[in-house]
Design a protein around this ligand. Structure first.
Ligand SMILES: *Cc1c(COP(=O)(O)O)cnc(C)c1O
Length: 451
């Protein structure tokens, strides 16, 4: 399918840095091989994350001017609550400054030592919050194919039979398996299982608009909006990192069907986030989110958005780059398969990310053994694959930028056998991808040395 025209044109622009190859080598040395430690001025195309990196629309900027900064009872809070109610059917909300703050309130309130959370796959901050309150986490994602985010229903039943399950979580789309979607059909089956066992079912809504696009295209509903609503109708509650499909740079919320447990959650939220009608967000932030939630559900917006992910995927496929099938927000390059001379403990996903940076100043991230880290006994956790993720910020980069990325991969395709392994210099104990450093990455793509 050809790429649809972007349903927006550009009104404000931001300069894109163009560090030379010497500057990139020196920036990478200073960052000690950790791309999270690069200053943004050393990055030409930033595909590190799609979180909080999107562009707001003129309507959102206009809404921002009308933000109501009242401490209590802000008009902007009520606008946000109205958007959430009309789009998702949840009647009460509790704002939070970002997704993990909502998780902190939820697990701090409902968490139970020895309890178990089962999901298709939890996001890493959600896992960390569950572990923090002494809960065990289990995943049962199918991983393969178009609906790679779906629950494996047999495995789910088994995990429930093992006992102690307090909570089921549907993460839509499933970030941990390439942003692949979860079907309504699958969620309905999960709902029946949750009901039969009297277990609460919650939704992590960070990318629910992108998920509903896939459901809509598969004929599961008459619009993305109808699919998002149908998804939420199955849920007891949800929470959202608004930095993704909220189309804002910071924000989040907890959403409750009718307000059950509102008092307990609000009580807890006041301690860490603030009074329940702002909870960590500014009035203007809530006002622009109230608009962004609607824009993210727009059929033309979503068709272009998912189209640009597929477009980058298809461009790289021309150079025979092995990838996971394209999901909602990122292209996952199978670095393990593309750099077969590297073992998982050589961190091929990170090697490829560094090579991509040196070639063209493109910043990506490793999703593999480095991110997976070690278990409590110090053993490397099996990562199920070694990927380099190219996350695509919303409404930010154009086809020209994707062409540039594809050119970098063309160059890498010619010299990929020479990309060396990565050696950890200092390994940080938790979330090690953020803080660890690496030995010097001695590699220059010869074809690119002139540039
Ligand atoms: C980003 C994200 C979170 C955490 O949200 P933050 O806003 O980064 O704190 C939780 N779940 C999913 C699926 C996410 O993508």
């Amino acid at each position: 399918m050809s790429l649809p025209i972007p349903p927006w044109r550009i009104k404000g622009v931001e300069p894109v840095p163009a560090p030379t190859s010497e500057e990139r080598v020196s920036a990478l040395e200073k960052a000690q091989g950790n791309l999270f430690h690069l200053p943004s001025h050393a990055v030409t195309v930033d595909l590190l994350t799609d979180s909080g990196t999107g562009a707001m629309s003129q309507s959102q900027w206009a809404a921002l001017m009308e933000g109501d900064e009242s401490y209590a009872g802000s008009r902007s809070f009520h606008q946000l609550e109205k958007s959430v109610r009309e789009i998702f059917g949840f009647h009460r909300i509790l704002p939070a400054h970002q997704g993990r703050a909502a998780e902190e309130i939820l697990f701090g309130t409902f968490g139970r030592k020895g309890g178990v959370v089962v999901s298709n796959h939890l996001f890493d901050t959600t896992t960390a919050h569950a572990h923090h309150v002494g809960m065990e986490t289990k995943a049962c994602v199918v991983q393969e194919g178009l609906w790679g985010g779906n629950f494996d229903l047999g495995l789910l039943e088994n995990q429930i039979r093992e006992g102690n399950v307090d909570l089921l979580v549907a993460t839509v789309t499933c970030n941990s398996t390439g942003g692949l979607p979860v079907s309504l059909k699958n969620l309905r089956a999960v709902y029946e299982i949750a009901r039969a066992h009297h277990i609460r079912l919650w939704v992590d809504m960070a990318r629910i608009a992108e998920n509903s696009y896939f459901q809509w295209k598969a004929g599961e509903g008459e619009s993305p909006l109808a699919c998002a609503k149908a998804t939420c109708d199955l849920m007891d509650g949800g929470w959202m990192s608004a930095k993704k499909d909220g189309l804002v740079n910071m924000g989040g919320f907890i959403a409750l069907r009718h307000g059950e447990h509102y008092e307990e959650l609000a009580e807890r939220g006041i301690l860490s986030e603030g009074f329940p009608t702002y909870g960590g967000m500014s009035g203007r932030g809530m006002a622009s989110l109230a608009v962004g939630l609607w824009e993210a559900m727009d059929e033309r917006y979503l068709t272009h958005r998912i189209g640009e992910v597929r477009d980058l995927h298809d461009r790289l496929a021309e150079w025979d780059v092995p990838m996971v099938s394209p999901g909602g927000h990122a292209v996952f390059v199978d670095a393990g398969a593309w750099l077969p001379h590297l073992k998982p403990t050589d961190f091929p996903g990170q090697s490829l990310a560094l090579a991509l940076y040196l070639v063209a100043g493109i910043r990506s991230s490793e999703i593999g053994s480095l991110l997976a880290g070690r278990d409590l006994s110090g053993e490397q956790i099996d990562a199920h694959g070694e990927y380099t993720r190219l996350a695509i910020p919303r409404r930010t980069y154009t086809a020209g930028h994707r062409y540039f990325v594809s050119e970098a991969f063309r160059i890498l395709a010619e010299c990929r056998e020479s990309i060396p392994p990565i050696l950890l210099a200092k390994e940080s104990p938790s979330l090690r991808h953020f803080q660890s450093t690496f030995e010097r990455f001695l590699w220059t793509p010869s074809q690119f040395a002139k540039n």
